[in-house]
Design a protein around this ligand. Structure first.
Ligand SMILES: O=C(O)CCC(=O)C(=O)O
Ligand SMILES: [Mn+2]
Length: 206
């Protein structure tokens, strides 16, 4: 329901030449209540095929600071850091979460990247989800479970435009087009966070 959303308009620029580039980020706490969120966290933690992604950094291959798993429709292939990721077939739990997310957003998704942050030492560096196989007009919908973490957004050209949203367990964050063209986002390391967090980012691959 529209009124359930607390919307943060990412565009705070009054420069009309820029404002159409800015996109919209929507945050909805409580897509899942505490009991559901706890259940889903334990289930996904135990049943997804978590792997250690590797990235190329300054010519060397290193471990990413988190674990990940890629699920989706057959053919929803996703390449990042030169690695081709064939999706695993939807599990019943992921498919049920996808249904809730599709109802809440009015969009459809054919794949999901699952991220596991083992503690506050795990993180996601600054990036945009703008790989060529992701449909640029499709939103990206992100479900958070487990330990709350800070989600940061920064405008690419107007770098003083920043937003920080604490992502609560059971919440849904939606980045609407053309957010990925004009903003980047990150989940920084957080000292003192000891618990795990699972994040699901639902995507539409061409
Ligand atoms: O963990 C998060 O909230 C963000 C994940 C993310 O940005 C991604 O998977 O592309
Ligand atoms: Mn992302």
């Amino acid at each position: 329901m529209k009124s359930a959303w607390s919307e943060s308009r990412a565009a705070v620029s009054h420069d009309t030449a820029e404002s159409f580039l800015d996109g919209l980020v929507e945050y909805r706490p409580g897509l899942f209540d505490d009991v559901e969120a706890g259940f889903l966290l334990r289930r996904l933690r135990a049943t997804l095929h978590w792997r250690q992604p590797r990235v190329r950094l300054f010519g060397r291959e290193v471990d990413s600071p988190r674990l990940a798993a890629w699920y989706g429709d057959a053919g929803a292939v996703y390449t990042y850091s030169g690695l081709r990721n064939e999706p695993l077939p939807w599990t019943a739990t992921l498919d049920a979460i996808r249904n809730s997310v599709e109802r809440a957003t009015g969009a459809t998704f054919n794949s999901v990247l699952a991220n596991l942050y083992r503690d506050g030492g795990d993180s996601m560096g600054w990036h945009s989800d703008d790989e060529p196989e992701l449909l640029p007009e499709a939103p990206i919908a992100s479900v958070s479970l487990g330990c709350p973490r800070r989600f940061r957004l920064q405008h690419k050209r107007h770098r003083h435009l920043r937003l920080e949203i604490p992502l609560a367990p059971g919440s849904l964050l939606v980045m609407r087009a053309p957010m990925q063209q004009s903003w980047r986002h990150a989940v920084p390391r957080e000292r003192g966070v000891e618990g795990e967090r699972v994040n699901l980012t639902f995507r539409r691959v061409a």
